[in-house]
Design a binder for this molecule. Sequence first.
Ligand SMILES: Cc1cc2nc3c(=O)[nH]c(=O)nc-3n(C[C@H](O)[C@H](O)[C@H](O)COP(=O)(O)OP(=O)(O)OC[C@H]3O[C@@H](n4cnc5c(N)ncnc54)[C@H](O)[C@@H]3O)c2cc1C
Length: 490
Amino acid sequence: MKVIIVGTGFGGLAAAALLAKNGYEVIVFEKNDHPGGRASVYSEKNFYFDMGPSWYLMPDVFENFYSEFGKKPEDFFELKKLDPSYRIYFGGEKVIDISADLKKNFALFDTFEKDGGKKLQKYLESAGKMYDVSIKELMYRDYRTIFDFMDRKLMSQGLKLNLLDSLDKFVSKHFESDEAKKIVEYSIGFLGSSPHNTPSFYHIMSHIDLTLGVWYPEGGMRKVADSVYRLAMSYGAKFHFNEPVVKIEIEDKTAKRVITDKNTYNADLVIVNADYAHAEMDLIENEYNSYSKQYWEKRVMAPSALVAYVGVDKKFDELAHHTLFLDKDWSKGFDTLFDPKKAAWPENPSYYVNVPSKTDTTAAPKGKDTLFILIPLAPGLKDTPELREQFFNKILHNLETTIGQNIRDHIVVKRIFALTDFKDRYNAYKGTALGLSHTMMQTALFRPSHKSKKVKNLYYTGHYTHPGIGVPMTLISSQIVAKEIINEYK
Ligand SMILES: Cc1cc2nc3c(=O)[nH]c(=O)nc-3n(C[C@H](O)[C@H](O)[C@H](O)COP(=O)(O)OP(=O)(O)OC[C@H]3O[C@@H](n4cnc5c(N)ncnc54)[C@H](O)[C@@H]3O)c2cc1C
């Protein structure tokens, strides 16, 4: 049986590996020149940048994925647990390190508020329980109807925890201090979401970063993408790079052929890993769309971003492997990202700096640092070279002032990737960096379906679908799709 996959993000690579291993003939088309999708790599003058993901979280999910092939992550790359897990500068005034040792974090929380450590312990117990339930009951399954969802143990657990509350309301019941609240809320950014409109269920994110820890695959996230690519090839999957799909031809509610800019290929099954909205609006006749144009227009999209890849000719001790710069005016920041009426290039945004060369000697030439500076932006903002440059300079100024160092005179490599680049490079709807935000109405059953509602043999995998945004979630999405296909087309 011939399966054609559109896109080589983690979703496409994982689906290719799983199905090829199960005896399917797999052909994958990718518009760009290498595998990984948003986990692409950019290199210049021996500085190596992971263009997208830099946090290796949920190590248990990676273990589960590789175990499908009788392998372990360590068979492909060395994993290091980061300590500190990350550093935070609060509004340029106070700096703290989050340790890999929970006890140290409890002590840290005691400095923020009375009984802060005990409160964190209680919060993490709740997050840990919810994580276990969601891994066992929620994440690795598909949802076709509301009954699939209501039936779950999670519902009863959820009601106990009052999970229909928003994350920020839930957090306010646990903590009083600004620092504590920000530490347990910032991680919702990994899901392209705001604490105001994300269900409190997602406090599991604190179990993920604080309890399970933050890891680094030696050689960067590109090593992880490369490992899945090599796995897929080892089972016979074939890849065509620089060959965008321009149409999926459907007859009698069945996907028959995939047309690329070079050729036409017959298919028995098609799996789309490319952005869902792009596939529906650009690759498929309207009558076969599972969701209307209005549906997509009404979705809450996860932010886009400006990412600056900067190579510098010295090392900066003030920065950790992961450093967060959190704005004082946190709420206003979320408004400019998620409220279309307030969408604008932000005045004082929160931002994130990743310095892989802290941990990885292959990331930058000796004595130099590789800086990845990411600032979330509302999708669809006006984007010009002048606006990017002005904004980059503003952030650089803030960064230099906060860490008390001159950076600009040490820049030897600089590339800015933003808004329209996400659209051009990945066919990202409205230039979103992360896809669909995780609001209540865009979670689990309410995310776009893995299986087309109109076409029998058309499936979708990747961050738009359940369980959602992030590399681990995307691997799970493909595990769900592969299982469904294997059950349906034995
Ligand atoms: C800047 C940034 C930072 C991030 N940080 C993290 C992090 O630290 N940790 C984490 O876990 N996650 C992170 N993420 C999220 C994570 O990268 C994504 O959720 C995940 O990689 C999505 O994978 P995917 O396979 O669903 O989609 P993609 O990676 O987007 O793959 C889709 C592929 O389809 C291709 N394509 C599109 N249209 C066509 C077409 N017509 N024909 C052929 N091919 C096509 C695209 O080129 C792309 O290669 C980050 C993302 C970004 C952008």
